[in-house]
Design a protein around this ligand. Structure first.
Ligand SMILES: C[S@@+](CC[C@H](N)C(=O)[O-])C[C@H]1O[C@@H](n2cnc3c(N)ncnc32)[C@H](O)[C@@H]1O
Length: 242
């Protein structure tokens, strides 16, 4: 089976040669302008199918508010702002994403969710959040982002640095399937193509291992099967306390 998987992956890689070339000469960057439009449509569908799961996850957010304080949430890779509707009213949100072309969709979602206050939109990658003060936020949120960052351990280090002691890192991420399944097989075979469609997204990551190794004091993590298309069906969801 492993041999068949390697052969099929090689074939897909060869078929993706024009995309690899476009990437190598830097022309793939153009896609970053169109990706927000694609993601906006996908996020609406994702939220419909995952409404209950997100609602359940983000219900615990308020538990990380300091008594008498305003809950401060920093979102890494906020994209179009698809999580805003799940945040508790009155909280302060710091939006960050390395792609500046999300502004239009972000503004719309901010307008639709004016029960929140938005501090700023910071164009930054999760690996380098240098302009955010250490121990300055109650919660860091990351959904469908750890599949795309270049360096998961560094992103988690930054999240821990920004969190106040007792604050929490909330996540909902698709991950690699069980190796005995066809989903695992197709995740590996189609990965070279999916990478370009998903703006650098990898469906073959064992993200939970990084969360387990990140040094949080408490980790609440569940593996779930979602009602989404097979490549992104397996998810992990939960939060980790600093
Ligand atoms: C699939 S989208 C998810 C967006 C949003 N979090 C959501 O749940 O709808 C992936 C997001 O990760 C962002 N991203 C990619 N590389 C990143 C990095 N190194 N650091 C932070 N965000 C990144 C992309 O720009 C994009 O907004």
């Amino acid at each position: 089976m492993a041999f068949l998987m390697e052969c099929c992956t090689l074939i897909v890689n060869v078929l993706c040669m024009p995309l690899h070339l476009i990437h190598a000469v830097g022309m793939y960057e153009i896609y970053k302008r169109f990706f927000p439009m694609c993601l906006n449509r996908c996020s609406i569908m994702y939220n419909k199918k995952m409404y209950d799961k997100k609602k359940e996850l983000f219900r615990s957010l308020s538990g990380f508010n300091k008594p008498g304080g305003q809950l401060t949430i920093l979102e890494i890779g906020c994209g179009t702002g698809a999580n805003f509707e799940f945040y508790p009213p009155g909280c302060k949100v710091i939006c960050t994403d390395p792609n500046p072309h999300f502004q239009k969709y972000l503004k719309k979602n901010m307008g639709d969710n004016d029960q929140l206050s938005y501090e700023r939109f910071l164009v930054a990658s999760g690996e380098d959040m240098g302009s955010v003060e250490s121990e300055s936020v109650d919660v860091v949120v990351c959904t469908l982002v750890l599949c795309s960052v270049n360096n998961i351990p560094q992103t988690l280090r930054e999240a821990r640095r920004m969190l106040r002691p007792g604050g929490a890192f909330f996540f909902q991420e698709h991950v690699v399937a069980d190796p005995s399944t066809w989903t695992y097989f197709f995740q590996h075979v189609l990965q070279p193509l999916w990478y370009y469609f998903g703006d650098g997204c990898e469906v073959t990551r064992e993200t939970w291992k990084h969360l387990e190794a990140a040094g949080f004091s408490e980790l609440k993590l569940r593996h779930i099967e979602t009602p989404l298309m097979f490549l992104i069906k397996p998810h992990i969801v939960g939060y980790a306390v600093k």
